[in-house]
Ligand binder design. Structure first.
Ligand code: HEC
Ligand code: HEC
Length: 389
């Protein structure tokens, strides 16, 4: 999470370009540039800094501050207003930040959240947050019941259900989700939601996770605001270490991270003389599995590839478009749009193939659907022509 201290050293590269321009003069005089060398005024922009191009080479190569004695200005410590612009995350109410951090005033209802969800989220996250098609579930039912599945252990009982980790059952703090939605969702148009819309969506997601705030059920009429938000206690708040909640949080967290074995480091015999060769103790007995190894091995995951038989339904072109393509294609490459002229010259087969396989430019394979190739091609024909055949 964002920590102010970490950014105190952040350097704002402001007047760098000006300094470079100055030092280039120095270096062009000082280096062994062949006489009559062509000095172009073209600027090469690299990381926001402009370098003049000399003899087709970016002059960054010529700007050697040690050779030229030039002083490079590496910027300055950002001021409070600049830092505030970066400091957009939310932090929960804990001993480390007793007031929370970055949690804005605002409110939103479950009802509005549901409307927003149906319009902007359901195509990926499924009805009532059920997930599917590779997109994460936002709920699997009652968060308090599901939190109890987190200790299910298939090593001990291979027949047991695995743990169910979704927002309600697993995440220790609600602030993480609020910010995730505000900053990152909906996926194709991140950071487009207002504060109130984010509260509404949070309320809806608490609702479908069947959660309570301060003993009150987040039902269909619930209106969430900042004050209630601060009271949310996630079922799994104590499921993580180190504990960031108590009065000793800060020293506790520091001590925790001071010991590698707390987070997976080997339990080394600390303080012992280090060993670099022949370190294995000769007395260690290696135990091999007898009698030809494990026989009743149960693979941890289902590896069969045959999917359940799918009901064949006739393709509803307009509905499929609205549900699966419109969130990206309504603004650009919309049905019948002139933009398609930039795509079709390479031939329809290549356009089909790009759509089916996805492109680096942002088209997900088959638009994230599981349409058959034939149905997907019908969709492409519709997008290009704007007409349903
Ligand atoms: C185009 C598909 C798409 C849309 C639309 C979309 N999401 Fe997501 N969402 C994703 C993907 C993909 C992830 C997982 C990202 C990752 O793990 O890096 C995700 C993750 C999330 C998560 C975190 C879930 C977890 O347990 O990790 C939340 C919460 C979320 N989305 C909320 C929303 C909300 C609210 C909306 C509507 C405003 C929305 N999403 C719209 C694709 C989408
Ligand atoms: C998450 C956003 C998103 C979704 C959902 C999406 N597209 Fe696209 N699609 C894009 C983008 C972005 C491009 C431009 C890609 C590029 O220029 O490389 C594109 C390009 C295409 C192309 C042209 C490919 C090419 O390079 O010739 C086709 C065809 C296409 N989409 C069909 C569809 C269909 C059909 C659907 C719905 C079933 C769909 N898309 C859903 C974002 C999306």
């Amino acid at each position: 999470m964002f920590k102010l201290e970490a950014y105190n050293k952040l350097l704002v590269s402001a007047s760098v370009a000006a300094v470079v321009a100055f030092s280039v003069v120095g270096c062009m005089e000082g280096t062994a540039t062949p006489s009559g060398a062509a000095t172009s005024v073209t600027l090469d922009i690299d990381g926001g800094v402009s370098y003049p191009v000399v003899n087709n080479k970016t002059s960054a190569y010529y700007v050697n501050p040690q050779a030229t004695g030039a002083k490079i200005n590496n910027g300055r410590v950002p001021n409070a207003a600049e830092l505030a612009r970066w400091d957009t995350d939310l932090q929960p109410v804990t001993a480390l930040s007793p007031e929370g951090h970055g949690i804005p005033e605002g409110s939103g209802s479950v009802e509005d959240g549901e409307t927003l969800y149906e319009a902007q989220c359901v195509m990926c996250h499924g009805d009532f947050g059920s997930g599917g098609g590779g997109y994460p579930a936002l709920s699997k039912g009652n968060a308090y019941d599901l939190q109890k599945t987190l200790t299910n252990n298939r090593w001990k009982d291979p027949e047991a259900d695995g743990p169910t980790r979704v927002f309600g059952s697993y995440w220790p703090q609600v602030t993480t989700m609020w910010w995730y939605i505000k900053d990152g969702m909906p996926h194709p148009f991140s950071s487009s939601l207002s504060i109130d819309e984010t509260y509404a969506l949070t309320a809806y997601i608490l609702n479908i996770n069947e959660m309570e705030i301060d003993g009150v059920e987040v039902d269909d009429e619930y209106v969430l605001d900042r004050a209630k938000f601060l009271k949310i206690k996630m079922p799994n708040v104590d499921g993580f270490e180190p504990n960031i909640a108590g009065a000793n949080a800060l020293p506790g967290v520091k001590a925790y991270f001071g010991k590698a074995q707390n987070f997976g480091g080997l339990n080394l015999n600390q303080g012992a003389v280090r060993c670099m060769t022949d370190c294995q103790e000769t007395s260690v007995k290696i135990k091999r599995i007898q009698n030809g190894g494990i026989k009743d091995f149960l693979p941890p995951m289902n590896v069969t590839r045959d999917l359940p038989a799918k009901e064949v339904v006739a393709l509803d072109v307009k509905k499929t478009y609205t549900e699966n393509c419109a969130m990206c294609h309504s603004a650009f490459l919309s049905p019948g749009s002139a933009d398609w002229a930039g795509y079709t010259p390479k031939g329809i087969d290549k356009v089909y193939a790009n759509g089916i396989n996805g492109t680096e430019g942002g088209m997900p394979a088959k638009g994230g659907t599981d349409l058959s190739d034939a149905d997907f091609k019908t969709m492409v024909d519709y997008l290009i022509s704007g007409k349903v055949k």
